[in-house]
Write a protein that binds this ligand. Structure first.
Ligand SMILES: [Cu+2]
Length: 336
């Protein structure tokens, strides 16, 4: 069963009838001025372990409030919840998309050495949008995306805020709780195999498509690749794919995964593990084919069209999104 579910994450599914993104009214609304420039860029953001937040910490309360706010925006608004999720993938028929949506949506990079830099840019812009929304709603100016370090023995369940039925101060259902196959009962569900960090032992970033099992830490050397059944990098296979498919529901399909609020904490951890691997003495590719030859299209938090190459995002301290992680210790200890 698990194998079937895991394959489903890698397969491009057919368009199911009545998908969550269908039949939405599309109209323009200028919210961009309100969002632009609101983020506090004076100090780097600190991405913290979601299971180690201080008692009374409001990070997830503000996350839920910001998501609720983003969910009220029309899908044509690039800062809306549904537009942001559609950048990863969409169930909408391509013929129904605007030319902007055709360029910006369904762009997630998998089974390629662009997996990590693409998702870093995707997270950076999303974090800008949430942080600006938090500030607009009267919250702190230094909101940062937390990460979910499920490889730790006491973090094998969803963080409790993601399973509660209601959220204090918000009407209706808790926006952090969505359709999932596992985890909503609050019980631990990720086993050692799913969250193994053996990927960190892989010293080479870019692997080879032709050699089975030699896909490298960051993915096989190849051009941009949105979907497909080719080799994935070691980090992308485990824990990335395993956590997606073990949660299932929206998370089990790349076309809906980013509609689950836990997606962003999962990918913050994947992004953190890239930094952990680098701090262990490993090096990113120096090949211009990786660094600069390919640029990926996004809208920034203010809605402006921007492009990024991997070389723009490799340094989290000086890149477009200045942020740090509260823990980059080698989780394997001295094991190599
Ligand atoms: Cu993912």
């Amino acid at each position: 069963m698990a194998a079937l579910v895991r394959r489903a994450w890698r397969r491009k599914p057919p368009f199911p009838p009545g998908g969550p993104l269908r039949n939405r009214a599309v109209r323009l609304q200028a919210r961009r001025d309100a969002l632009s420039g609101a983020a506090d860029m004076t100090t780097p953001r600190l991405r913290k372990d979601v299971f180690k937040l201080d008692a009374g910490d409001q990070t997830l309360q503000w996350y839920a409030k910001a998501i609720h706010d983003m969910q009220q925006r029309p899908i044509s608004d690039t800062s809306s919840w549904r537009y942001q999720a559609s950048i990863h993938g969409t169930l909408q028929n391509p013929s129904s998309l605007t030319s902007d949506q055709r360029q910006a949506w369904a762009q997630c990079q998998h089974a390629t050495w662009f997996f990590l830099p693409w998702h870093r840019a995707y997270l950076g812009i999303f974090e800008d949008i949430v942080a600006a929304t938090v500030a607009k709603l009267g919250g702190p100016g230094d909101w940062a995306l937390p990460y979910w370090n499920y490889s730790e023995a006491n973090a094998r369940a969803l963080p409790p805020a993601f399973t509660a039925q209601a959220f204090a101060g918000l009407p209706g259902q808790n926006p952090l709780r969505v359709e999932r196959d596992q985890g909503n009962d609050g019980k631990p569900f990720l086993d050692n195999k799913a969250v193994s960090l053996n990927c960190l032992k892989r010293k080479i970033f870019g692997g080879h498509l032709t050699t089975a099992g030699d896909s490298g830490f960051g993915g096989p050397v190849r051009g941009p690749n949105h979907m497909g059944d080719s080799d994935q990098g070691q980090l992308e296979m485990v824990p990335h794919d395993m956590v997606h498919s073990d949660i299932g529901g929206l998370m089990g399909d790349p076309d809906t995964a980013a509609l689950d609020p836990i997606f962003w904490l999962h990918h913050a951890n994947i992004d953190r593990l890239w930094e952990v691997w680098r701090k262990m003495g490993n090096a990113n590719p120096t090949d211009p084919k990786w660094l600069s030859a390919t640029r990926f299209f996004f809208h920034d938090a203010s809605g402006r069209a921007v492009t990024f190459a991997p070389q723009d995002v490799v340094d989290t301290a000086t890149g477009p999104w200045r942020y740090q992680y509260d823990n980059l210790a080698n989780p394997l200890g001295n094991v190599r």
